[in-house]
Design a protein around this ligand. Structure first.
Ligand SMILES: *[C@@H]1O[C@H](CO)[C@@H](O)[C@H](O)[C@H]1NC(C)=O
Ligand SMILES: *[C@@H]1O[C@H](CO)[C@@H](O)[C@H](O)[C@H]1NC(C)=O
Ligand SMILES: *[C@@H]1O[C@H](CO)[C@@H](O)[C@H](O)[C@H]1NC(C)=O
Ligand SMILES: *[C@@H]1O[C@H](CO)[C@@H](O)[C@H](O)[C@H]1NC(C)=O
Ligand SMILES: *[C@@H]1O[C@H](CO)[C@@H](O)[C@H](O)[C@H]1NC(C)=O
Ligand SMILES: *[C@@H]1O[C@H](CO)[C@@H](O)[C@H](O)[C@H]1NC(C)=O
Length: 552
């Protein structure tokens, strides 16, 4: 529900839309500020990115994105359609924190639409599936986005990852959990009530169970929720065509005792009725017994999005992007959403609080230690970098992610020759072993490895060259190990992170919706889409003395 009021401000008469009520989690359910249960009745809202093949993109993930929430004209064009659909939430997969989002966020808020926002960006802007770390670079990227969006009243949740974990690779889970821990602490520190979420790819029940349990467990054994996500999203495409209501019996049973809120972060299979999905799962998803277990979901997708030979889009833009045409899929979803009325039980007062149990044991379905990496320390990494003897020459322009990967592979291959190793810059989530420098960004880690090689090679000039990619620090006084002990007094510390230099200042939701002038909307291509694991940096594995360590 929205309320309108007219405010006279000085000479100007401005229309101000009262804030949307805050959505919070009590136990496993979501509640609106007045205590009524809240369900996500939403849609994915982001155009598919371009796939740019190259050394940085071994799995051909979308490489580009356009920030839909900075496209004022696009938002204005789509708002009537979103209203027709009757959604109360959208999910956006990537945003550019340097752009202005006031206009679009205010428009959505005015229409009663919340935003679930992924903090990740394509390629190196996400925790990597197979070579994961949780470092200052990603922490800073996430915080910059939070600082831009936390002022809006309609931010429902920030996702720390989308489909990072797969059945074959769950070793990134400790890094996601550390990200959830640090982002949660940061949100608390800026008085933001936004929830912290993760969107999981579907899979075998053993995989779903292990991942969902791990992300909401307490490794300390103290029954605390500080490393738990608030909102488990399942990208679920089980329901096909006019399926039987028993379709979801399996996942209902699996999640019957889940301890935090769960919803479908994507749904809408195209397999049985391509282009004319009946969306009959909506009636089942928003009714008992699903509502005892789940808090709604996000249909996929407003914009065209193709995957595995299917087209999931429901709205097509005209060639000049000025207008939009919707399809039968869209009409069907709108009519199913129109029939939904939210159940009101349990009341907030009688909702059980969450309990946070021990983390699941490692095994065939889970290669994730309960030992989490530390909170990345920006000033410590900057301090070490300033004291290193041999540094990577950061190219003035262009994407240097692949180069950093290649050079890291080179120096880690050379270090054993001088009795060194890359153990300090590596991290292994399965073993729960985190090198002392693994929390720093890839460039600082590379410079650290260069400096170890330089130091162990008796600082001969030729050992700090790497085909012109490395440069000697003329005022060098300390060895890399000394730099670390001077700059990083407690390398495994867990603490509340602060905003990096250059981030805009944070504002917790102030209770009024932001009415801004809006920045320049941009057209262009965009990324982030279903089943798209954003963020596979070119990476190299370094095996040292039988113990493999990974750094990108
Ligand atoms: C990704 O790589 C680009 C350059 O290649 C760099 O400017 C950016 O900071 C990196 N982002 C993260 C989160 O590491
Ligand atoms: C490396 O260590 C071994 C054994 O500790 C030693 O024999 C060898 O001389 C060392 N090599 C270098 C290059 O320091
Ligand atoms: C840096 O390293 C890459 C890869 O080894 C090499 O191709 C390049 O020529 C080097 N030099 C510079 C200045 O980039
Ligand atoms: C982070 O690093 C800075 C700079 O070395 C240091 O002063 C500070 O104590 C560190 N913070 C924590 C929590 O360890
Ligand atoms: C329309 O939008 C698309 C995707 O956002 C963009 O690639 C294209 O350049 C835009 N076209 C025009 C005419 O603005
Ligand atoms: C990480 O540690 C596990 C368990 O100790 C080990 O089996 C695995 O090979 C290591 N991973 C890498 C990439 O070295």
């Amino acid at each position: 529900m929205k309320f309108y009021s007219i405010l006279a401000l000085g000479a100007a008469l401005m229309t101000s839309v009262a804030a949307l009520p805050k959505i919070t989690r009590t136990g496993r359910y979501l509640y609106s500020a007045d205590g009524t249960r809240f369900f996500v009745k939403g849609i994915a809202y982001q155009q598919q990115g371009l796939i740019v093949s190259g050394p940085d993109n071994p799995l051909n993930q979308p490489s580009t994105f356009v920030d839909q929430l900075a496209d004022d004209k696009g938002c204005a064009r789509d708002l009537p359609q979103l209203k027709k659909l009757g959604v109360n939430a959208i999910r956006a997969y990537s945003v550019d924190s340097t752009l202005n989002h006031d206009s679009c966020m205010a428009a959505l808020s005015g229409a009663g639409i919340y935003v679930i926002l992924d903090l990740t960006l394509p390629l190196n802007g996400s925790i990597d599936t197979t070579q994961p770390t949780w470092g200052t670079n990603l922490l800073d990227q996430y915080i910059k986005t939070i600082n831009v969006f936390s002022k809006y009243d309609n931010i429902l949740a920030f996702n720390v990852g989308n489909e990072v974990l797969t059945a074959d690779a769950t070793n990134a889970a400790p890094f996601l959990k550390a990200a959830a821990r640090d982002i949660k602490a940061y949100l608390t520190s800026i008085s933001s009530s936004a929830l912290v979420g993760y969107a999981d790819i579907d899979g075998a029940s053993s995989f779903r169970d292990a991942v969902s349990a791990y992300l909401s467990c307490d490794p300390s054994g103290a029954g605390k929720g500080d490393t738990s996500i608030d909102l488990f999203g399942l990208n679920n495409y089980e329901w096909c065509g006019d399926a039987a209501t028993t379709t979801y019996d399996g996942i209902n049973k699996e999640f019957a005792n889940y301890n935090v809120a769960a919803y479908f972060s994507e749904f809408g299979s195209e397999n049985c009725s391509p282009g004319v999905r009946p969306w009959t799962e909506v009636g089942t998803l928003f009714a008992s017994p699903m509502t005892d277990v789940w808090s709604g979901g996000l249909a996929f997708s407003y914009f065209p999005a193709s995957s595995a030979g299917h087209e999931f889009g429901m709205a097509t833009l005209s060639s000049d992007n000025s207008s939009v045409t919707t399809n039968t899929d869209f009409d069907n979803l709108a009519s199913q959403y129109a029939k939904v009325s939210f159940v009101t039980t349990p009341a907030q007062a009688s909702a059980a609080q969450s309990t946070f149990g021990a983390c699941p044991a490692e095994g065939a379905s889970l290669a994730a230690s309960a030992a989490l990496p530390p909170t990345p320390n920006d000033s410590a990494c900057a301090c070490v970098a300033s004291k290193l003897g041999c540094s990577f020459k950061v190219p003035a322009n262009g994407d240097f992610t692949a180069l950093v990967g290649t050079l890291t592979g080179q120096v880690c291959g050379l270090l054993p020759n001088v009795n060194g190793s890359c153990a300090d810059i590596g991290a292994n989530g399965t073993a729960g072993v985190y090198g002392i420098m693994a929390q720093c960004d890839p460039v600082t880690r590379l410079s650290y490895a260069f400096s170890q090689f330089y130091e162990l090679s008796a600082r001969v000039d030729t050992s700090c060259d790497f085909s012109g990619n490395a440069t000697i620090n003329p005022s060098l006084v300390t060895a890399p190990s000394a730099a670390v002990s001077q700059c990083l007094p407690s390398p495994s510390a867990v603490f509340t992170p602060t905003a990096p230099a250059g981030a805009s200042s944070a504002a917790g939701a102030s209770g009024t919706s932001a009415a801004g002038t809006g920045g320049g909307g941009t057209g262009g291509k965009t990324g982030g889409a279903m089943s798209v694991r954003v963020g596979l940096a070119a990476a190299v594995v370094c095996v040292l003395g039988g113990m493999g360590l990974v750094w990108m």
